[in-house]
Design a protein around this ligand. Structure first.
Ligand SMILES: NC(=O)c1ccc[n+]([C@@H]2O[C@H](COP(=O)([O-])OP(=O)(O)OC[C@H]3O[C@@H](n4cnc5c(N)ncnc54)[C@H](OP(=O)(O)O)[C@@H]3O)[C@@H](O)[C@H]2O)c1
Length: 221
């Protein structure tokens, strides 16, 4: 067992957006390290399959159906972790959606949804996590940003804006933790992946009810 696995064994981790891609992979890896995992997303049946998979390999997981753009839902994730596992040590804000196309062609309500999910959702998750960490005196918050947190690309301006905001959110909260004397025991990290082949890499995530084909405002290049 690696040192990292030893550190995670017996800890509790929350992972949002755990039904697919990076979130699912993170939840499985944490469970493999011996951490109890609270997995959250909107599709309950897919979460149940993940919990069954983790349980079958000797792990301990719990599903919470939640939409991260709802503060009440995000608070419920924290409450369930507290009730079932006595709290949590790690919280991974992982949900991300994009509205693809020229900024002016994408309907404004799709841009607004990107902000609700990618920015408000991370503020809600960070708030629930950090109140708990500060109270209990330890914890690690991981926000999944993107290479676009630093380098904005074309066709996804609201996504790039939220990912840059997430990076600033984490850095600013780390300052608060330093000023409040918690920086030795509580920390926020922002990971900034480049392109990874997941569901969001091949589907138009903001088109309700559709999982195949690009939206008509997506430029052909
Ligand atoms: N893939 C890449 O190339 C790449 C590159 C850079 C950064 N990232 C970032 O990495 C993170 C994960 O990306 P991914 O590619 O793994 O995504 P993905 O495969 O599309 O998975 C997104 C996850 O978020 C959940 N989700 C979507 N909207 C939600 C909502 N409102 N409330 C709760 N859950 C919601 C989805 O499940 P449900 O449908 O069940 O809710 C799913 O589990 C994102 O933050 C993304 O921006 C990805």
């Amino acid at each position: 067992m690696s040192k990292r696995d030893q550190e995670l064994a017996g800890k509790t981790a929350v992972v949002t957006g755990a039904t697919s891609g990076l979130g699912r992979g993170t939840a499985l890896r944490l469970a493999q390290s011996g951490a109890r995992v609270v997995v959250a997303a909107r599709r309950g049946e897919v979460l149940d399959e993940l919990v069954a998979e983790i349980t079958a390999s000797g792990g301990n997981a719990l599903a919470v159906v939640a939409d991260v753009s709802s503060f009440a839902d995000v608070q419920r994730i924290g409450r369930v972790a507290l009730e079932h596992f006595g709290g949590f040590d790690v919280w991974v804000n992982n949900v991300g959606i994009a509205a693809l196309g020229y900024f002016w062609d994408v309907p404004v309500e799709h841009h607004a949804r990107v902000v609700e999910v990618n920015l408000n959702g991370y503020v809600y998750g960070s708030h629930v996590a950090l109140r708990h960490f500060v109270e209990r005196g330890r914890g690690a918050l991981v926000n999944v940003g993107s290479v676009e947190s630093e380098v904005p690309l074309g066709y996804q301006s609201s996504y790039a804006a939220t990912k840059a905001a997430i990076l600033r959110l984490g850095r600013s909260v780390n300052e608060d933790l330093r000023l409040a004397g918690h920086s030795e025991t509580v920390a926020v990290g922002t990971v900034m992946p480049w392109a990874i082949d997941t569901r969001s890499g091949s589907t138009p995530p903001t088109t309700p009810g559709t999982r195949r084909g690009w939206p008509r405002w997506m430029p052909r290049v």
